[in-house]
Design a protein around this ligand. Structure first.
Ligand code: GRF
Length: 222
């Protein structure tokens, strides 16, 4: 995959859509950091009506929409409607922030190399649902967070950023979640900043490896 955000960039602020399904603390972190700065959140879409994430978006004056699974004949039809809405909003990056649905290849093909996700494990360990519970039952002593590009697999796209935390005595998923939250809330905005600055590119020797162009990032931030 090739990333060419810098060449594409026409404004200083990258228009992004955020997809949610629940609490929306990661959306909150994006609203407090990159929104109206390196990025502009042009829409928040939820798979579930009435979730706190939608209230956060409303409070910030960001347009919202709900795409419940039951209102469409199948996942593809829902993905199409969602992709249409994201395109209409003018988003050029789609950020999954606790979006609890899989997105099919036709959706991803409409936003090539432009869908990212935050996952509460050090990928490739513990993909899919209940990652923290999976890690606890495996008995690991190091937990962590990954921000990655989304491909058609489950949590299998290229890693953008990862951060670990040692919790050798952890037993309680809530305790681990509390430790991982600050990491998520730092890493997801940082990934958006990198992409907005055109500072991320695939290593030609191994396109799965995402290189960070520190000079591009510094130029953008300076
Ligand atoms: C986070 O733990 C994220 O890693 C996972 O879903 C959760 C979303 O939390 N993908 P929130 O809705 O952002 O508070």
């Amino acid at each position: 995959m090739g990333h060419s955000y810098r060449a594409d960039r026409v404004t200083d602020s990258l228009p992004i859509a955020v997809l949610v399904s629940g609490t929306g603390t990661n959306l909150g972190a994006l609203l407090e950091t990159v929104h109206e700065a390196q990025a502009e959140i042009v829409g928040v879409a939820s798979s579930i009506a009435g979730v706190p994430a939608l209230e956060r978006a409303d409070a910030a004056g960001v347009p919202t929409a709900v795409f419940p699974r039951g209102e469409y004949p199948d996942r593809g039809a829902r993905d199409d409607a969602l992709a249409d809405w994201i395109e209409e909003r003018g988003a050029r990056l789609v950020v999954l922030a606790g979006y609890m649905e899989l997105l099919g290849a036709p959706f991803l093909d409409r936003f090539p190399d432009a869908v990212i996700n935050v996952h509460p494990s050090l990928l490739p360990a513990f993909t899919g649902l209940n990652a923290i519970e999976q890690a606890l039952s495996y008995g690991v002593k190091v937990f962590g967070v990954t921000v990655h590009f989304v491909d058609a697999g489950v949590d299998s796209g290229c890693v953008i950023l990862q951060r670990a935390v040692e919790l050798p005595h952890a037993r309680d998923p809530q305790e681990v979640l509390a430790a991982l939250r600050p990491l998520e809330h730092a890493l997801l905005p940082q990934a958006v900043r990198l992409i907005a600055a055109g500072a991320l590119r695939a290593d030609p020797e191994n396109p799965r490896r995402q290189l960070i162009d520190r000079a591009a990032l510094a130029a953008d931030e300076g």
